[in-house]
Structure formats: structure tokens, C-alpha cells
Write a protein that binds this ligand. Sequence first.
Ligand code: URA
Length: 305
Amino acid sequence: MSDAKRELLEITRAAHAWVAWHEECGSDGLPAGDPPPARAARDDARTQGARGPREEPRTPRAEPERPAFAPPNRREAAPPPEPRKAPAARAGAPALPIPSTPFEGAAPASAERRTRLGVLAEQVAPCTKCELAKARTQTVFSRGNPDAELMFVGEGPGADEDAQGEPFVGKAGQLLDKMIVGMGYARDDVYIANIVKCRPPGNRTPEPLEMATCLPYLTEQIELVRPKVIVALGATALRGLLGPGEGITKVRGTWKLYRGTIPVMPTFHPAYVLRTPTPEVKGMVWSDLKQVLKQLGRSVPSRKD
Ligand code: URA
């Protein structure tokens, strides 16, 4: 083959590769400027999701008004939720035992719910399944109304809760109460529980193993209460309810689903709001709670800080 022909062949191959790369990236027409190296293209595709940018609209569209979140109707045979992935970040961390299947059967009637929650609380009280049992004064099971439409899930008891045996009775709890009343509920209209039932020493974040050990109790609480909406307070509650994934700052204010059935609204933990009481942070939490009210078909009281 002559040099000229070889050169022509190479130019043709390069042109094919160029066009293929741009198709891969979803661009039409011939590109302006140099294509980035192949590796950068691959990395881009990874960070933009499996389907890549071709699926994305090329020009920003006006945001449609967000409809009230509609969890799939179980009778409409919703596709089963994706199995949860094991935590990737910490090698050796246990997978959190979060069921991914919808609930079996109907919610129990009020009397049976109360009886079964009472039995569960009695099982939790002497629990020594993890290290947290050693330093606690007592377990902290729940507070509020077992028939509630709205459930708040926090991280775990602090010193005040450990002393009094009820969740959210300290400073963060007082702020949570204000939030609840601000939403138009009485303090005990809602149901409140935590990811772990014993106080982590020094109020540290519960370890993955402690969370994994304790989570079956919360799973049963949710199964019995069967609230219409769950508010996940902070990063640990979010991880405990939905598994490892994006952080609270990223997902707060966006609806998630617990077991493909119960809408979950992640928001900042009241303790974070106490530490960072800026109008911006308070505004974000209030906007998340307003979404909850909308989802529950309740009117939004005007906000008093
Ligand atoms: N913080 C929590 O997450 N839960 C409590 O019960 C108290 C403080």
C-alpha cells in the first residue's frame, strides 16, 4: 500500500472514531474544538449516570410545578424496588438490614398495633445485642401516637433522652416540637422513633454495626405504625431508612420511598439547625415540612420563627 493510501486510511479511521465519540456523548453535528481524551469521555459518562448525557435535554426546560408525590399504588403492580446495595465506602461495614419489599398485608387495627408495639418495647428494653447497651441508662423506644399519619425518625438518644427514656426531649427535641406545632399538629399527634434505641457514648454517631443490629426494631415499628409519610431527620436517619447513598445536603427536600411504599422526606436534623440557625437552613427545613403537609393534604400554616 502506498504511503498516501495509508495516510488516507488513517485519516478515515480517525474521522470514524471522532464521529463515534461524539455520538456516544450525544452531540450532533461536527464538534468544534478537540475531542477530550478517551478516558475523560468515559469518566464523564460515569458521573452522568449509566445512560449518559444523551438522555438529558440539551436546553434547560422550565421546571413544571412539582405535583404532590404519588407513591405507587400497590394494586397497580408497581415494579419491585431495586435491591439495596451494600455500603461501598467502608470496607467490612455490615449491609444495613433494610427490607426492600412492600409490606405484607394490611396495617393492624389500632388496638392490635398498640399491643404489638408494647410487646416490642418490652423486647427492646433488656436488649444487649450491641455495644451500646453497656453505657446506656435505659433504652429509648418511641413517643407519640401509634396511629399517626406522620412519623419522624432521628438518629439515637442523647443524654436527656437516655435519662428520661423518651426520644427528642432535649434541646433538639424542643426544636422538633416547635416544628411539629408549626406544622399544625399537637406534639403527640405524630410518632417519633430513632435508628438506634440506646445512647451512643458521648453522643457519637452510631457505628454501622450498631445501626444494623438495631434496625429490625425500627422496621417493625414502621410496619406496625404504617405512617403515610416519614420524615428522616439528618444523615444517620436517612442512611438507616434508605441505605447508603447520597448525603443529606444533596437529597433533603426530595421525596424518597421506604420499601417502595411510604414517602420519605429527608431534612436536616434539628440539632444541625440549632448549630446553624441561619434563615437559609431554617427556610430549607420549613420548605421540606411544607412538602410533607402538601403530601398529607393538610393546609400550610403561616410560618412563625
Ligand atoms: N437526637 C436524635 O436523633 N434523637 C433523639 O431522640 C434525640 C436527639
